[in-house]
Write a protein that binds this ligand. Sequence first.
Ligand SMILES: *Cc1c(COP(=O)(O)O)cnc(C)c1O
Length: 403
Amino acid sequence: MRKRDFEHSQLGTKTVWAGEEAFLSHGSTQVPVVLSVAYGYDDVDVWYDVATGQKPGYMYNRMSNPTVQAFEQKVCTLEGAEAAIAFSSGMAAISSALYTFLRPGNRVVSVKDTYGGTNKIFTEFLPNINVDVVLCNTGSHEEIEAEIAKGCNLLYLESPTNPTLKILDIARLVKAAKAVGALVFIDNTIATPINQNPLRLGVDLVIHSATKFLSGHADVLGGVVCGSGALMEKVYHYREINGATMDPWSAYLMIRGMKTLKLRVEQQAKSAMALAGYLEKQELVEAVYYPGLPTHPHHEVVKAQMRGFGGIVSFVLKGEMDAVKILLPRLQYANRAGNLGAVETIYGPARTTSHVECTLEERQALGISEGLVRISCGIEDTEDLIADLDQAFRALAAHLQTN
Ligand SMILES: *Cc1c(COP(=O)(O)O)cnc(C)c1O
């Protein structure tokens, strides 16, 4: 059989085949789950060579595991990276990437709209080790560029953001960061490698919460960091010592989920676009956030740096929490939960999901209204999702009329 190189293959083909071949055994067509914690060597000289990295091989699962490596290779191929390292959760991936490279006295520039956990690392943990973090207004590229120009060691990005789907011009900000010699990391969870490959735009490390779209089934936690071989060697060393390794069972579920990543993301984006269009026409809706809408403030940047608009759409309901409490229970095809990126559609108010740690004042400062609801579209038929939301809106309107 010809060895697969994926040089000319497209993303859907890569999601199915990439990363697996080297890890198949006994003629299996699916990657085996290797649970052995340690690997044995009868020849002490060979053992020594593997242990000291002079020969390829496995020693201990905190360091490397074939099932986990197959997952890492799949992500690597999809992001166009040289290496990828998997973690026990998205937050483990983010914190490990940050702590691998940051030192006391360093300065980080980022934005106010990063994921809640990331924001806590910036505001609570990094100051403890004397790392200065500046969080800019996400909408203002000028402000971000001005802070970078003052000097920084790391620019940390997230685009699109959650839950207001703000967009950062990645190439533009990378240029500013490179001018001062800063590293650039990006959380690519919401975009997925199907819609956006930031390494091609000059970003140094791409991070995913694999718990979301990559695995796709809301039944496994995981994270992954990818980038150049030289940088990833440092991230690998941090993980092998600090220990937030991905479990082999989790890696298997990740591999299985990722085979349908492109199909899922395409269907989710189709529904998100349709729901965004529906929501824009509703009288009871104050605002709709979706990068695919021509009215999105950075729609031109979106079209330049993303292949698709993604499966997340958020809207602000007039009547705030009182209205949210009436609308959400009416929905039939919806989990009301805090996660995103699953095959089932998920509805969640920012107040109980992405920004639950914030006070009302903090949410207001971020422009997050109490009536904001995030929809993470699943893979149900688009028409059913529209009809479901429509009957819930009609029930809300009827309720408002009689009360
Ligand atoms: C969920 C999420 C994370 C954190 O990932 P976990 O797997 O829950 O630790 C980080 N960034 C984004 C954008 C997320 O949605």
